[in-house]
Design a protein around this ligand. Structure first.
Ligand code: C2E
Ligand code: MG
Ligand code: MG
Ligand code: MG
Length: 278
């Protein structure tokens, strides 16, 4: 399963980000300034539960340069990771996302879960659980409403320490989801032995549904794995009804993608949810 998936991933130049050094440096300088000058913002994308509406919202960081140019997270996150800025960025996102969900009392999203992407650097930082619990306390958000999304790659950087950190976070009530599931190079048995609470199936598998038989086989395998492990599976990148119907037919419980809602500023998302036909 993982080998099939990985056939699509590959590539990469000398820099981990795949960018020429000079561009990487320009992004790093700009990002450092953006963090200092508060040029980052958050958008939120809903995750739907097949039975109950919006189950969670995923915080996605956005960076618009003073020139107006928008830089994609797919470009600046890898640069942040290789330049050591990622922990600072992850902390900025955690603080703002938890503050944002704390502000949702009295709205249709009053008890929604917030999903926050974090990287290996921040996961393995000894201060993480303390930072999360004090943010939760400060903004009166139950720890159970905070879900950390970690990619397989992050989980495999130092498996023993990762396991210990995850166990501690789970004991405090935080949830943990495996992001982009199926795209890493990790061993399936190892990844499934970690104390996670849900699986996010990467959108590359959803893309080919329902016609591509290989995508279909992988998707059904991941859904079966979720069922066997009693873990909800979130399908990422659901863009059309045919994909959604296929997923529903094979037991997928949670859906995220342009069909259900694009990432948007929180107030826009709330406006949409308050309207009768969204
Ligand atoms: P991800 O965590 O897998 O996030 C999902 C990405 O898929 C988002 O891209 C989202 O806009 C996009 N997406 C959602 N639905 C659809 C769809 O139906 N079709 C298509 N084609 N795309 C869809 P985005 O916002 O560009 O983020 C890219 C990646 O950057 C994220 O992948 C995540 O790994 C990383 N990232 C984003 N925000 C943060 C953050 O705050 N911290 C960290 N550490 N990483 C972040
Ligand atoms: Mg994510
Ligand atoms: Mg993902
Ligand atoms: Mg993804």
């Amino acid at each position: 399963l993982l080998k099939i998936a990985n056939a699509r991933v590959g590539g990469g130049g000398a820099m981990p980000s795949g960018l020429p050094l000079i561009e990487q440096m320009a992004i790093e300088t700009g990002l450092r300034a953006a963090l200092e000058q508060d040029q980052l913002t958050l958008e939120y994308q809903p995750i739907f539960d097949a039975d109950h509406g919006v189950a969670a919202i995923e915080a996605l960081v956005r960076w618009r340069r003073p020139s107006g140019e928008i830089v994609s997270p797919d470009v600046f996150i890898p640069v942040a990771e290789s330049s050591g800025l990622i922990a600072q960025l992850d902390r900025w996102v955690m603080a703002h996302a938890i503050r944002d969900v704390g502000s949702l009392r009295g709205t249709p999203l009053a008890s929604v879960q917030v999903n926050i992407n974090i990287t290996a650097d921040e996961l393995l930082d000894p201060g993480l659980s303390g930072r999360l619990t004090s943010l939760a306390l400060e903004h009166q958000v139950d720890c159970e409403r905070i879900c950390l999304e970690l990619t397989e790659r992050s989980m495999m950087t130092d498996p023993q320490r990762v396991q210990a950190v995850m166990t501690r976070l789970r004991a405090l009530g935080f949830k943990i989801s495996i992001d982009d599931f199926g795209t890493g190079y990790s061993s399936l048995s190892r990844i499934m032995s970690l104390p996670v609470t849900s699986i996010k199936m990467d959108r590359m598998f959803v893309r080919g549904l329902p016609d591509d038989t290989k995508s279909g086989a992988i998707v059904r395998t991941i859904l079966g794995l979720g069922k066997h492990s009693q873990l909800p599976v979130v399908a990422e990148g659901v863009e059309n009804e045919r994909q959604a119907l296929y997923l529903l037919q094979f037991g997928c419980s949670h859906f995220q993608g342009y069909l259900f809602g694009r990432p948007a500023p929180l107030d826009q998302l709330l406006d949409k949810l308050s309207m009768p036909s969204g």
